[in-house]
Write a protein that binds this ligand. Sequence first.
Ligand code: RB5
Length: 145
Amino acid sequence: MTPMKIAIACDHGGLNIKNAIIKDLKLIGLEFTDFGTDTTDSVDYPVYAKKVCAAIQEGKADYGILCCGTGIGMSMVANKQKGIRAAVVTDDFCAEMTRRHNNANVLCLGGRVLTEEQAVRLTNIFLSTYFEGGRHQRRIDMMED
Ligand code: RB5
């Protein structure tokens, strides 16, 4: 993987997989910022989604990882933020394709959907797959119009 900066956050429903992903990011040696939450106390996922998206918008991170119970709430918030393309992913194929074709910059994962091993695997696929550009860039430009 090329050097990249990751912003990561979760709510109480995603804490387990966020911790597993962070352990793996440390092993790989990727630079990351953890925006919380750090306990299983109930919190509001929009707060955390916005922190990660702001880090990307400000150029402090290249990619974001957001973990909640399903990944869905995080993705809904993230996709309302300018310049953010967030994808909820539950399988290897979509983890790859959302990078290759959608140039997704935020990966959303569900701690009540995935095992820790699956979450780590999907993160690795996402972070190691390149955007193909070309006709896919045209379609992304149309999204931003
Ligand atoms: C929290 O209970 C849960 O609603 C949240 O983690 C997430 O799954 C929302 O989409």
